[in-house]
Design a binder for this molecule. Structure first.
Ligand code: DX5
Ligand code: ZN
Length: 214
């Protein structure tokens, strides 16, 4: 089954409780954390995560676009994230391993993320430790960007790695996913689709979530 993870980056933060409730038929709440250094934008962090934890039963998928996530992963787990993903570009391989270990020791799911210019092979050192791998289909930093269809061979390659080495691992895509591009992502082997603007701009959010399942 294809899972949908609406990104609340596209929600109205003045009405965040309402906008989290609006995606109750989805599978994850995708929570984008940006530090202004790893990406050229600053978004939301630990206090906001704690607040939305109180208003949703859905698992929260925290996508950390921050340098040296190893210093913060435990705080995100304690704040209520169910799954925490770290960019492989954000620190040394040793520290990324350590970050994954810290997330698991909190009893939460862990994963790695690759930016568009990062090769599929970059996930291999971590794949056995991952509950999910996230492939960016835009440059991280902003919602509402154009889907990079040229990432599909990378998604297919990582799907192959997952099937061979850790079949329980989920494969997520993030950026520019809508009712058209979702089909390409599913065909390439993704099973979790992040969608921000496609979901929050929809007149009927539950209907859009259904449509994105392909
Ligand atoms: C981008 C974020 C995405 C973003 C997706 O850096 O990681 O999760 O919110 O937004 P859309 O679906 O609008 O591309
Ligand atoms: Zn994201």
């Amino acid at each position: 089954m294809i899972k949908i993870a609406p990104s609340i980056l596209s929600a109205d933060f003045a009405y965040l409780g309402r906008d989290v409730e609006a995606i109750a038929t989805a599978d994850y709440v995708h929570f984008d954390v940006m530090d202004g250094i790893f990406v050229p934008n600053i978004s939301i962090g630990i206090p906001v995560l704690k607040s939305i934890r109180k208003v949703t039963q859905l698992p929260i998928d925290a996508h950390l676009m921050i340098v040296q996530p190893v210093h913060y992963v435990e705080q995100f787990c304690d704040a209520g994230a169910d799954l925490v993903t770290c960019h492989v570009e954000a620190d040394t391989p040793e520290n990324i391993h350590l970050a994954l270990e810290k997330i698991h020791s909190k009893g939460k799911k862990a994963g790695v993320v690759v930016k568009p210019n990062t090769r599929a092979e970059a996930v291999l050192p971590f794949i056995k430790e991952c509950d999910l791998i996230l492939v960016m289909t835009v440059e991280p930093g902003f919602g509402g960007q154009k889907f990079m269809a040229d990432m599909m061979p990378k998604v297919a390659q990582i799907r192959k790695y997952i099937d061979e080495r850790n079949p329980a691992c989920e494969l997520e895509v993030d950026g520019g996913v809508d009712a058209v591009t979702c089909h390409e992502c599913i065909k390439a082997g993704a099973n979790v689709l992040v969608a921000g603007s496609a979901v929050y701009k929809a007149a009927d959010i539950p209907e859009k979530i259904k449509e994105l399942r392909g």
